[in-house]
Design a protein around this ligand. Structure first.
Ligand SMILES: CC(C)(COP(=O)(O)OP(=O)(O)OC[C@H]1O[C@@H](n2cnc3c(N)ncnc32)[C@H](O)[C@@H]1OP(=O)(O)O)[C@@H](O)C(=O)NCCC(=O)NCCS
Length: 153
């Protein structure tokens, strides 16, 4: 993808050199705290399921996935830098992750989202996710989480 500013933009697998940028992006976008060791461990657990969106020489967004079961994937973390939102980057990351899961024969995807994170809920609904249940006191501040789910087709 060629952006308006002439920067090259594309999705690729996470590299160790992305670690600081991804940790900063996670902690400036998400409400839980994610330490460098946790992010590094996630990338090691499933390297093909940890994607970054490179925009020029910056990481504009990332998605960390995991295998919930043999047939089901889980989006653990997803964030796009504020300056780059509403440009389709989050959708591109989810769609690319979906393709990776599909190639592995996975049938569905799930994720947890704060019940008050209306923007993210709308974003996921736009990508065909539906709310299937709600977990009480899921987050460290006792906020509830919706579980959202969709088929991979
Ligand atoms: C949620 C998030 C990843 C979306 O990333 P993004 O790159 O801005 O999303 P996209 O540009 O692909 O949006 C696609 C569509 O989703 C919906 N959407 C995205 N952001 C939205 C918002 N703030 N309010 C309402 N709908 C929204 C819209 O339908 C949008 O299409 P449109 O721009 O043509 O109207 C981003 O807002 C973010 O990083 N939020 C903070 C972290 C977070 O909440 N992560 C999810 C935790 S589970």
């Amino acid at each position: 993808m060629q952006t308006g500013k002439g920067d090259i933009a594309f999705v690729r697998k996470f590299q160790d050199s992305d670690l600081d940028e991804v940790v900063n992006l996670a902690n400036s976008s998400l409400t839980e705290y994610y330490g460098i060791d946790l992010i590094y461990d996630l990338a090691r657990q499933w390297p093909d399921g940890f994607l970054v969106y490179q925009f020029g020489n910056r990481v504009a967004g990332f998605l960390a996935g995991s295998k919930y079961s043999t047939n089901e994937a889980r989006i653990l973390l997803l964030a796009v830098n504020r300056s780059y939102r509403r440009m389709g980057i989050g959708s591109t990351l989810v769609e690319d992750f979906t393709r990776i899961c599909s190639h592995l024969g996975m049938m569905s995807m799930r994720l947890e989202v704060r019940v008050d994170n209306i923007e993210a809920i709308d974003f996921y609904k736009n990508l065909k996710f539906v709310i299937i249940s709600t977990m009480k006191s899921y987050y460290s501040d006792s906020s509830d989480a919706h579980i959202m789910w969709r088929l991979i087709s």
